[in-house]
Design a protein around this ligand. Sequence first.
Ligand SMILES: [Ca+2]
Ligand SMILES: [Ca+2]
Length: 446
Amino acid sequence: MTPGVLCNCLLLLCLTAIDDCHGGTQGPQSCMDRHQVVGVLRQMEKFLKGQEMRFTEGLRIMKSKLAALQNSVSKLPQADQYLAPSTCPSIDAPSHGRKYGSKYLIGHEVHFTCHTGYQLVGAATRVCQENGTWSGGDTACKDISECASNPCQNGGTCVEGLNQYKCTCSQNWSGSHCQHQTQTAPPEWSVMNDPAFSRKPRCAKVDHTQHCSCDAGFHMSGTADNTVCQDVNECEVYKLDRGGKLCVHACVNVPGSYHCSCPDGFTLLPNGRGCEDVDECLSQQHNCTRGTTCINTGGSFQCVNPECPRSHGNVSYVKTSSFQCERNPCPMESRSCHLAAKTISFHYLSLPSGLQTPATLFRMATAAAPGRAGPDSLRFGIAGGNTKGLFVMQRSDRQTGELILVQALRGPQEVTVDVDMSEYTDRSFQAKHVAKVHILVSPYDF
Ligand SMILES: [Ca+2]
Ligand SMILES: [Ca+2]
């Protein structure tokens, strides 16, 4: 039962009840009393109010739907034109071209042309049709230059010519379209002229494409049609490298590889890079005659036989060992003899070229004879051979003085510096000892 029918039934029931009571055909017992009728009427009133609200709500929804529909219809593009078009939409000239005709009415035409150097693609003329659209497709002006299609690959530059173009290829590319990878100019570290340093590459065809490779130590060179495997000159490659020298001394490039070499008097270290001096003295490879002593130097050796200073006045010396001279006893009255060096010792030092400074080269000390008190003070100094300020002499402790090199010595050269040590007891001069330090600087810094 729908709400409307229910409502009608209730109303009918109510009217009948009231009518019956008023008509008096029934007893007062069967008649609805007043309260009951009022209750039914209130129920009906409530029911109708509910119905009214629902009806109003339904109407509201219907109205908003209608408004939405009207809104969407009004947004349709020129809906009336579809029904009765009289013009076509406006139309622009193509870029790099011109348009002739500015009327867009049905039946009118527009024409297109392109600027010089451009070709018209699409319709040259378009007509405004009955349905309000233009005939033909879109019109464009295309660059007719040969280079317009970017025919040069791999960074090549297209150069326009008469009815043709030419590609100027970037480095390592060749071919009419720069499609081949090449090395037209070999890198400076490859060996070009010696045939021993060039080999044929190993090539194989894989999927119709030629694949070539070179042995280790070789790099691909030449043109696409004529590929060559060229030796890599490792010595040159690593010369440019800041990561350190490949070889301490010399690098020798060989086909497919390289090796290090050392100057005469040196042997290659097991690491293949460094050089080690040959100790000719130790290995008996010297030719020093009897009476001379072999002194090993960087890259060579020397045979030395230091001589004591010649006698002058009361001062004379006697050689007590290969590297030591002692002053003969002085006459009691000769002060100059007492002041002259009591002992002269000879020292040979072999240094690499460019030794980092400051460097302590030599130490001089005194030792008291057993059972005798030593000097209570010592003075150290440089007696000669330090004209260039290469050295300083300083005390390192109470008994010891140090000869320190303060300027780098570049080889090959030999430098002699005389160091002296004077002994004092109770502030009274006792004796002077001289050390002649002979420094042999190698031509190499290793
Ligand atoms: Ca090589
Ligand atoms: Ca040597």
